[in-house]
Design a protein around this ligand. Structure first.
Ligand code: DQA
Length: 284
């Protein structure tokens, strides 16, 4: 899946001197050794990477322009240009390729003139002070961009999935034989559980649930059932329907809004018990 991703690593001015230049600040690794770490990481991530170094602002600008529609991300250490090159800032802002600014040293803990980056505001992010590791972390972030890497529940099931972007609605209905609290709670639970199971819904993907009950039922019970199921963070809304002559009596209806990457025709609406008559088209 990462196979087709291509990353560009750009090293700015003076980084060709790595290993010899102020090793107490930039470390002992040479540029070649740093690039070898980068190639190895690319192999591990299953992506391809090109590395370039230039001491010239114009060459770096050309490389950034050339990255458009050729690369999926840029890891950029602009060296001293970081602090004043509006031309490089405009180049980064002028392409749609996401760029992560990387610095070997912690620019915030050094001289005042290094505290400011004119590139950072137009970059996707900035990593500073982690040495060579910063380049590798930036590569990983670019490869993972657009994926839901950290799910709110921390479940492995959702980790690595594409970001879910659509909201869809699942309909459901069930009828009860009386206005008793227990019966309504149990029927609502049964209905919600069926809707969740048939559509493989994770609780964290439920955006909201709207309940409506016919006026012969107590409207507070369905939401109570949802709370009893542990749906404490799901926004719930109850309404009472107006009387419609000839309508199915003692009916609980549900509209569940979910975030999903399913197509509209893949959604399974659920009509249980007597409410099945409302949607004869649905095979249970
Ligand atoms: C640097 C930090 C810059 O301030 C400096 O001019 C460099 C290297 C870094 O990687 O720490 O050349 O970008």
């Amino acid at each position: 899946m990462n196979k087709n991703k291509k990353l560009l690593v750009l090293h700015g001015p003076n980084l060709n001197l790595l290993g010899k230049r102020e090793p107490q600040i930039y470390g002992k690794l040479t540029l070649e050794e740093l690039n070898n770490l980068i190639y190895r990481e690319a192999e591990r991530l299953g992506v391809s990477v090109d590395c370039h170094q230039s001491n010239h602002e114009g060459s770096l600008i050309d490389l950034i322009h050339g990255a458009e529609s050729k690369y999926d991300g840029i890891v950029f250490n602009p060296g001293a240009f970081t602090h004043y090159s509006i031309a490089l800032r405009d180049a980064v802002a002028g392409v749609t390729v996401p760029t992560i600014e990387v610095h070997l040293s912690n620019i915030s803990s050094r001289e005042d003139f290094r505290h400011r980056s004119v590139i950072a505001p137009v970059a996707w992010g900035q990593i500073s002070g982690l040495g060579p590791q910063g380049y590798l972390l930036a590569m990983r972030a670019l490869v993972d961009r657009g994926k839901e890497v950290f799910s709110p529940e921390g479940s492995e099931e959702t980790a690595g999935k594409q970001l879910i972007s659509k909201t869809r609605a699942v309909r459901g209905a069930i009828d009860v034989s009386s206005n008793g609290e227990n019966e309504i709670l149990e029927a609502t639970e049964e209905l919600l559980q069926e809707m969740v199971t048939r559509n493989s819904i994770n609780k964290s993907d439920i955006a909201a649930v709207i309940f409506s009950v016919t006026s012969d039922l107590n409207a507070v019970f369905p939401a109570k059932a949802a709370r009893r199921m542990g749906w404490r963070d799901v926004p719930l809304f109850d309404v009472v329907e107006i009387d419609v002559p000839g309508a199915l009596p003692r009916c609980i209806r549900v509209l569940m809004l979910i975030n999903t990457n399913k197509g509209i025709h893949e959604i399974k609406h659920v009509y249980l018990k007597g409410a099945a008559v409302l949607r004869k088209d649905l095979r249970q």
